[in-house]
Design a protein around this ligand. Sequence first.
Ligand code: F6R
Length: 250
Amino acid sequence: MQITEVKNYDEMSKKASEIIMKRIQDLPKPVLGLATGSTPEGMYKELVQVYVDGKISFSNTTTYNLDEYIGLPREDKNSYRFYMNDRLFSHVDISKEQTNVPNGMAKDLKEECNDYEESIKKSGGIDVQVLGIGVNGHIGFNEPGTSFQTATHVVNLAPSTIQANARFFESEKDVPKQAITMGIQSIMKSKEILLLISGAKKADAVYQLLHGEVSEVFPASILQQHPNVHLIADEAALSKVKENGMRSLR
Ligand code: F6R
């Protein structure tokens, strides 16, 4: 795993956007895997800016988002489709047909999951997948205990995830209890993974990610086995790793 330490959230966002920009410039038909949440917001802002500055075009880009809540219509401001339109898609030259977010309102959720997986395959696979990480080690919405063999599937959200995401809703009881997520296997098939982590509250997760054993108890640990992961983390997120590294040197 390649690790880049940056000072803070803004630097992480800038660095991440530069990498994505380069892939968009270099690949004839880039396929991006995208995440939502607080972590990539700054990166999307930077990407919109480089687009406005005329440095990139998204016209040949296809995107697949990691996940979507079940039961929220796309117009709901808490749906991940809304988030993506609002933070990126509506501000750049990507046609909505090239943007894919699982449909959490699908009548047949299993079919939706299979179609999503099939569509990723047809696109040629994900060139670069942007990931954040949950404090419990989830990636996408693959909660602790999820089999490493899963493709896109329906999940029950862990109580800690519902709690963490309640900040976006009026109250915790409004947070959907289920979601569709790309599976660990779908994520691991990406050619490159860009893992972004910021803030002291993720310091334990980063420590476990880098030093813990590979186990379904901590889903992100599987990334240790991916051949092309680039972690961009800020000082606060790396604090525990560095503290322990120094202790072992003493
Ligand atoms: C979002 C996603 C989640 C988040 C994770 C961290 O699409 O799949 O795994 O990346 O929950 O969320 P934030 O960035 O809000 O701390």
